[in-house]
Design a protein around this ligand. Structure first.
Ligand code: SAM
Ligand code: DTB
Ligand code: SF4
Length: 333
């Protein structure tokens, strides 16, 4: 049996690294019969990854709440009455205690997030100590701190920061519907600064904020056509936060979500694709289809930054049911 001919306008590798793809082509791929789309995504996935291995990251909010930005989805923005209590930057030892626990629970990457528009220079030494401490534990380090200057990115790179997370969140067109205190261009500028500093890039977005399917595809194309595509691509399903601007946003159709994961895998064949926020609302069957479509990374542990995530027992059982294993760290070169 072969893939239905009428729906195969492009070779299986269309859109993979080095082959530019238009929004029209991406839409045709996105709209393929579901089985054809997933078959293509899984075929590409297998060229680059062990299909039964999933990378595990653990998040910690090192500075929570009171953020000056007005991101409409966020529990931590000072612009919305979300009821979240703000706190100061955590002490290094507390962060490292939590990182040790995450390592013992199987996470290989430790992601530290701060509710900032950008870090203050006076906090850089503390942040550097956190990165050095996490790396000394033998874990990959990741930070997400908002916009960075070249000097700040340089300091984090020198400390050994492996990844910087900075999401573009949605399409350029829809961006200002979600956030007004910074621009899509600001986001791309920071991504370029991070790349120039030699830090690996983690950049993705959120589905379920009221955007169209075209917005979602456009977001993926922006990521896939960066001068170097992100090594890590988190795809979040909106966790509607009571009090936030997007508290009543309509949920994403699960099939649309899985289609987008498949398209992301086809457009960014060698990136780690993370099934990020929103897994508590996804059935095991939906997550299984996301893994089949090419997702190969998750956040583990019962809390993301401020919101709930499936607990370890649930994920362990899910991995057992699906025959998945934690992806080991690649040996450092
Ligand atoms: N302040 C930094 C920044 O905005 O880059 C870092 C932290 S911020 C919480 C990291 C990312 O988490 C956001 O860019 C967004 O994509 C995701 N996120 C935040 N709140 C979310 C929610 N309620 N549901 C889904 N994803 C969310
Ligand atoms: C990403 O794309 N998702 C993570 C991480 N990068 C920093 C954050 C998800 C946050 C979910 C809402 C919360 O916990 O407050
Ligand atoms: Fe602040 Fe980041 Fe939340 Fe936006 S997403 S309000 S920048 S913590």
């Amino acid at each position: 049996m072969k893939e239905s001919g009428a729906t195969s306008p492009f070779p299986i590798q269309a859109g993979s690294a080095g082959m530019p793809i238009s929004i029209q082509q991406a839409k045709i791929i996105y709209n393929l019969p579901f089985n054809d789309l997933l078959f293509r995504a899984q075929t590409i996935h297998r060229l680059h990854f062990d299909p039964n291995m999933v990378q595990m990251s653990r998040l910690l909010s090192i500075k929570t709440g009171g953020c000056a930005e007005d991101c409409g989805y966020c529990s931590q923005s000072a612009h919305y009455p979300t009821g979240l209590k703000a706190s100061k930057l955590m002490e290094v030892e507390r962060v490292l205690t939590e990182a040790r626990k995450a390592k013992d629970a199987g996470a290989t990457r430790y992601c530290m997030g701060a509710a900032w528009r950008s870090p203050k220079d006076r906090d850089m030494d503390t942040l550097v100590a956190m990165v050095e401490g996490v790396r000394a534990l033998g874990m990959e380090s990741c930070m997400t701190l908002g916009m960075l200057t070249e000097a700040q990115a340089g300091k984090l790179a020198e400390a050994g920061l492996d990844y910087y997370n900075h999401n573009i969140d949605t399409s350029e067109r829809f961006y200002s519907e979600v956030i007004t205190t910074r621009s899509f261009e600001d986001r791309l500028d920071t991504l370029a600064t991070v790349r120039m500093a030699g830090i690996k890039v983690c950049a993705g977005g959120i589905l379920g904020m009221g955007e169209t399917v075209d917005d979602r595809i456009s977001m993926l194309l922006t990521l896939a056509t960066l001068p170097v595509p992100p090594e890590s691509v988190p795809i979040n399903q909106l966790i509607p936060i009571p009090g936030s601007k997007l508290e009543d946003a309509a949920p994403v159709d699960p099939i649309d979500f899985i289609r987008l994961i498949a398209l992301a895998r086809i457009l960014m064949p060698t990136s780690h694709l993370r099934l990020s926020a929103g897994r508590t609302e996804m059935s095991d069957e939906m997550q299984a289809l996301c893994f089949f479509a090419g997702a190969n990374s998750i956040f583990v542990g019962d809390t993301l930054l401020t919101a709930d995530n499936p607990d370890d027992d649930h994920d362990t059982a899910l991995f057992r049911r699906l025959g998945l294993s934690p992806m080991p760290l690649e040996p450092a070169v």
